[in-house]
Design a protein around this ligand. Structure first.
Ligand code: SF4
Length: 365
């Protein structure tokens, strides 16, 4: 269905509505490109109410890009803990260092240059350039895909190559080039507050008279996505090792390598199996993993279990405790594990499921 209204009619309605109804959010009160970039990275895959406290904490700890560039990765990941998708935290640091080294600490104003920075894709680049510098770049995020697909009754899958191209062209055509920052924010806010995925509030919508999907009665069916890829199931069993000694108890942790989830974070000794493992198998595998644990080591559990969903992966996670005398572990034992005192655990960044186990206090049982 062809466009019902002209771009300028839609722009005016959106802008009027946004000025009256837009939420007051701290990253909207500034045009500092550093703060805007920080908020955009934090808010990817994260709800506004959850992301807010991280945004404020990061700005408090690193008030400018120079302070962030000088931080070490472990400290940044520690602050990032709980947000998930840790590659975002690592890219945050890499980009801060690149901007300081190559651009004197000033976020580039050029689209190609800004897109060359780690973790900055087309959406984030357009958001920074339009919100901070008021440059005419149209954003396309999940909210905007939804609004555009409904306004124009476009049933192309939003995650297909063709769909992405067409929706970007639609967004470019609709962009208010005089006020690109305000326009981008307004259309995103419409998607967040009114044109919601389920039960859109069409009667409160400022562009209802322009909405082709509403006129056709198909707004609930849009946007369209391709069939989902298969989810991989992984079975992870972590062992909270307690090395008992008279002068305080220690445990073992391990820094995760690259090439898998949670790169650079710490974990407890882990056994991964292709399906749920029997107690006998776990017992055998943990002895292979920790050969210094003799037959008298006390294995207890499962103490805690949870399921954790990642993109295309479903993790089935169990926690056991393994008690042994500190004498059984010697620093020259051939092991990839780091021995630390139990009280020091909070000094290391762990993935969310392991933190949930620590917060459960069950590991003290
Ligand atoms: Fe979305 Fe309804 Fe507005 Fe159309 S009328 S843009 S479906 S809220």
């Amino acid at each position: 269905m062809p466009c019902i209204c002209s771009p300028s009619e839609i722009q005016k309605s959106l802008s009027r509505w946004f000025k009256l109804n837009g939420r007051q959010l701290p990253w909207r009160e500034t045009n500092d490109p550093y703060a805007i970039w920080l908020s955009e990275v934090i808010l990817q895959q994260t709800r506004v109410d959850q992301g807010m406290s991280y945004y404020l904490r990061f700005l408090d700890r690193y008030p400018d890009i120079f302070a962030l560039a000088a931080a070490d990765e472990e400290e940044v990941l520690h602050l990032w803990q709980g947000l998930g998708y840790y590659s975002r935290g690592r890219n945050l640091l890499k980009t801060a260092r690149r901007v300081v080294e190559q651009f004197d600490g000033c976020m580039p104003r050029d689209y190609k240059q800004i897109c060359s920075l780690p973790g900055i894709g087309a959406y984030t680049a357009s958001a920074i350039l339009s919100f901070a510098y008021n440059l005419p770049h149209a954003c396309v995020d999940g909210n905007i895909y939804r609004v555009l697909s409904r306004l124009g009754a476009i049933d192309l899958p939003i995650d297909s190559t063709e769909g992405k191209k067409i929706f970007q062209e639609e967004a470019n055509a609709l962009l208010d080039k005089e006020n690109p920052g305000l326009h981008n924010q307004a259309i995103m806010e419409l998607g967040a507050l009114v044109c919601t995925p389920r039960m859109p509030r069409c009667t409160e919508c400022p562009v209802i008279s322009c909405c082709a999907a509403y006129k056709l009665g198909i707004h609930a069916e849009l946007p369209v996505k391709r069939a989902k890829p298969e989810v991989k199931h992984r079975y992870l069993t972590f062992f909270f090792v307690r090395l008992l000694s008279s002068d305080g108890n220690c445990t073992l942790i391990h820094k995760r390598p690259g090439g898998d989830v949670w790169q650079g974070l710490y974990e407890l000794p882990l056994v991964e199996t292709e399906q749920a493992a029997s107690e006998d198998e776990l017992y055998r595998r943990v002895r292979e993993l920790l050969p210094f644990a003799g037959n008298d080591a006390l294995l207890t559990g499962p103490l805690f279990s949870l399921k954790h969903a990642l993109t295309h992966q479903q993790l089935h996670i169990l926690f056991y405790s393994l008690e042994l005398s500190a004498d059984q572990y010697t620093d020259d034992a051939e092991t990839a594990f780091k021995k630390i005192r139990i009280e020091e655990l909070d000094q290391y960044p762990f993935p969310k499921p392991i933190n949930l186990f620590f917060e459960s206090d069950l590991y003290f049982l």
